[in-house]
Design a protein around this ligand. Sequence first.
Ligand code: FAD
Length: 375
Amino acid sequence: MALVNKVLVIGGGIGGMCAAIQCAKQGIAVDLVEISPEWTVYGAGITVSGPTLRALRSVGVVDEVVRRGGHWSAIDICNADGVVLNTVPMAHAVGADELPPAGGIMRPVLADILSQATRATGVQVRLGLSFAQINQDADGVDVVFTDGSQGRYDLVIGADGVNSKVREALFPGAPAPRFSGQGSWRCVVPRTRRNSTIFMGATTKAGLNPVSDTESYLFVLDHRDNFDFIPAAQWPALLAELLQEFGGDLAGIRQGLLDGNSYSIVYRPLMGLMMDAPWHRGRVVLLGDAVHATTPHLASGAGIAVEGAVVLAEELVRCQFLEGALRAYAGRRYDRARLVVSSSMRMGEIEQTGGSKEEHTRVMLNAMTTLSAPI
Ligand SMILES: Cc1cc2nc3c(=O)[nH]c(=O)nc-3n(C[C@H](O)[C@H](O)[C@H](O)COP(=O)(O)OP(=O)(O)OC[C@H]3O[C@@H](n4cnc5c(N)ncnc54)[C@H](O)[C@@H]3O)c2cc1C
């Protein structure tokens, strides 16, 4: 039996939905509030690593993710013209031999799968809503919502992303997210490759990961001097400029951009955040990007959010006291999350300074090997 009867999850992203599902499966009554009135998610692709697929198996949605997404079992390393120089086979995550070694999916498709599972487990979802006040005593947490309604909970989970207002309100000494010096470009293109594909340009690295049988997403990281939100109207021309050094598939995409095809481009300046433990104050605990946000170099940010949700729900059943459960949750998660955040940051630094390719590979392989081990 769980230590808590009634939980509020603030934030209906990947981490929040998985936390809500896992708590509801333990018999806990769960309310979830999400600030977006339509629960909308931007239309980019996301890579779902082997360990992430394994965590989504625990949540009970992996079959749908594999069915509606794309997957691969090797990475083709290509020159700038798309000629394959080396094919690197990928290992399955430990204990997940029946799953693909890696996959990708459109974010709105993943959100659809998770939101259906959230509602199906009995979670009460309220959209277009956030908290206005959180006050806690020894026995519970009183929450006033932005529509004036109120609720009392045994536990509040702040899963409201990298710019978390829960973190801001409850953890005044917490570090602010830090700009990494890179920006991320993603767009959706027809699938032309079976495997995940990396294109090594002279100054830029780009990649194509399948997100379904028919589509892939293109990702490009570039160095940026400032944390600037570039107006969307400029995105096609800027991405076309970045792709200038490539031939083959990427030259075709570049031509499409110049011809007016937007390919649903999304640009984001990248941020990182790693908060020291404890990750809770009394009966309020943080989860996912709210407590550890990473740049996408290891494609594992969502994965560690899902793993966090699985572990938090496990500890709420395993432990005798709430304080112990919340400490055990952060204790089991801290090193793994820190590995992802710091390795990803280091890979970004190496890319920006033109540093050692060997170190870049070593940092990546070390993190991937560690993440493959079960949580
Ligand atoms: C460019 C880029 C590429 C990435 N690629 C990958 C990848 O390939 N693979 C991978 O595993 N990870 C990737 N990540 C990381 C991944 O996107 C995040 O780690 C993941 O989305 C974290 O989930 P979350 O639920 O913690 O936060 P979020 O996804 O940010 O969700 C937070 C939710 O809370 C809601 N919210 C915000 N404020 C409030 C509030 N005050 N009240 C109520 N609700 C609120 C938001 O609307 C949102 O729905 C990438 C990240 C970036 C920036």
